[in-house]
Design a protein around this ligand. Structure first.
Ligand code: NAD
Length: 482
């Protein structure tokens, strides 16, 4: 069995460490956050992830899983050191911030034994492995070590399952020693027939970004189809089902919603574009995905505004689901946060509910009243917005919910409830990808532009100007003067 150190005990490091110990390896998880380490030693999970607590407890009982905040002792006896620290976007241009990773590597290099392998699990731009190698050489010139890439594809909410039963394990290295060690580390899933792909380090680094960019594009695509469905009186869930039945496309990531969020897709798509720009390459599709998703996250508040007849000022709105998706407590880049911010700026008061994400949401949201129960959250509200499709939110007693509200208005941005069903329980409904409880009469659809109205440069429709919606500054001045 291999002696392994994992640096960073977040969603990736902690899950990886616990699963590796579950496969029989001797694992020490290291984090500079002492409170987190002390909590873990006392059996307190710093994140919510189904199945994780049990796995950590088992690992600690077997004495194969340990936690510490000191890098040196653990690293000096390890054959493999996984780096799983955060690589957040820099505030200025969204490039991956590798400060923590570099700090870690300098520290690791001081005590690493010869023949060991450093493995980057953090998501890092192509070429980072080369930089790590040179940092280590600077620290200890004679040290014989390898730096490999092993990107992580787990999803929050199903991280333990994803790690133990992965679609694929990708390792990137040009070294035979590293390949042998990593094959031993992953012997368990390899023996169960999971794909193990060994490739060059640069390929592995890029596979991670390319995967996330493609998934983000797929979500964005179906979200745009949802907008079109609303305009042409079609139903996006049926369209998605029909599209997803094509085996070349597949059904996953075709659920229209309020836009993607989380700690990975937003930052990784931007970081990929930045890398490409550095090399003089333009990734138009990825750029368009980012722009469309950002616009969607802002625009989605219009649905709330629309169903409340254009005014949210003075209204009390319940937001159900604050995390970026179900089964996680992670609120990073959650569409719920941007929605709440926009509604608050427009003068709405916000009640918030989430089964697991309230602690994290409290750290970033202000002036929100938080509730442990969705019915309490919706009490006396003028509208309820479904932002995350938690199971608990899929089984609400709608009649009860409606009866508690000041006005039973539902904005279902996760397509949880068929609008007709919600309408029967008394709700006025606004949803995604189809018309609401009062569908347009069949045949009423009129396209609001002709193909001849398409701007040949932007490929966007040139919308007709109306007196009610002045378009240019001059128009606005003229309109103001009348
Ligand atoms: P996270 O923010 O949850 O955890 C990072 C941890 O690293 C924190 O506990 C922090 O205290 C610790 N840390 C930072 N610098 C350190 C240092 N110098 N020494 C010791 N500990 C240090 O991050 P995460 O979500 O687990 O993501 C980690 C990496 O994995 C990122 O690059 C991310 O893009 C990638 N990734 C994340 C996911 C995901 O779903 N979260 C999935 C795949 C890949």
């Amino acid at each position: 069995m291999t002696h392994i150190a994992v640096i960073g005990t977040g969603y990736v490091g902690l899950v990886a460490g616990a699963c590796l110990a579950g496969w029989g390896h001797h694992v020490t998880c290291i984090d500079r956050n002492k409170a987190r380490v002390n909590g873990l030693r006392a059996g307190k999970m710093p994140i919510y992830e189904p199945g994780l607590l049990q796995l950590v407890e088992q690992g600690m009982e077997s004495r194969r899983l340990k936690f510490t905040s000191e890098i040196a002792p653990a690293v000096s006896t390890s054959d493999v050191v996984f780096l799983a620290v955060g690589t957040p976007p820099t505030p200025i241009d969204g490039e991956a911030d590798l400060t923590d990773l570099f700090d870690c590597v300098r520290e690791v290099a001081k005590t690493l034994k010869s023949g060991a392998v450093i493995v980057t699990k953090s998501t890092v731009p192509v070429g980072t492995g080369d930089i790590l190698e040179s940092l280590i050489r600077k620290e200890r010139q004679q040290l014989e070590i390898d730096v490999a890439s092993n990107p992580e594809f787990l999803r929050e909410g199903s991280a333990v399952k994803d790690f133990t039963r992965p679609d694929r394990i990708v390792i990137g290295t040009e070294s035979e020693n590293a390949r042998t060690l990593l094959t031993a580390v992953y012997a368990d899933p390899i023996s169960r027939g999971h794909h193990f792909m060994a490739t060059r380090r640069r390929n592995a680094e890029l596979i991670k970004y390319a995967s996330n960019a493609l998934l983000a594009a797929k979500i964005t695509f179906i979200n745009e189809m949802a907008d079109l469905c609303e305009a042409v009186d079609a139903d996006v869930s049926d369209v998605a089902t029909g599209v997803g039945l094509d085996s070349r496309i597949g059904p996953q990531f075709l659920h229209a919603g309020p836009g993607y969020g989380g700690s990975c897709f937003p930052k990784d798509t931007v970081a990929l574009v930045r890398t490409a720009q550095e090399y003089g390459v333009t990734l138009r599709l990825v750029e368009a995905t980012i722009a469309a998703n950002n616009a969607r996250k802002r625009h989605i508040s219009m649905k709330v505004r629309h169903v409340l007849h254009g005014r949210v000022e003075g209204k009390k709105i319940a937001v159900l689901g604050l995390t970026f998706k179900a089964d996680t407590d992670d609120v990073r880049e959650s569409p719920a946060l941007s929605l709440i911010e926009v509604l608050q700026r427009s003068g709405a008061a916000i009640n918030g509910y989430d089964p697991e994400g309230i602690t994290n949401a409290k750290a970033v949201l202000h002036d929100v009243a938080f509730f442990d129960d969705p019915y309490d959250c919706a009490k006396s509200c003028d509208a309820v917005v479904f932002m995350t499709d938690w199971n608990v939110l899929k089984n609400l007693d709608l009649a009860r919910l409606a009866s508690l509200m000041r006005a039973p208005v539902m904005i279902d941005l996760q397509q949880i409830y068929p609008p007709e069903e919600a309408a029967k329980q008394g709700f006025v409904v606004e949803t995604i990808g189809r018309t609401g409880a009062e569908p347009h009469p069949v045949g009423s659809f009129q396209p609001n532009f002709l193909l001849s109205d398409i701007n040949p440069l932007t490929r966007l429709p040139v919308l007709p100007k109306t007196a009610a919606t002045p378009e240019t500054y001059d128009d606005k001045v003229a309109a103001a003067g009348t």
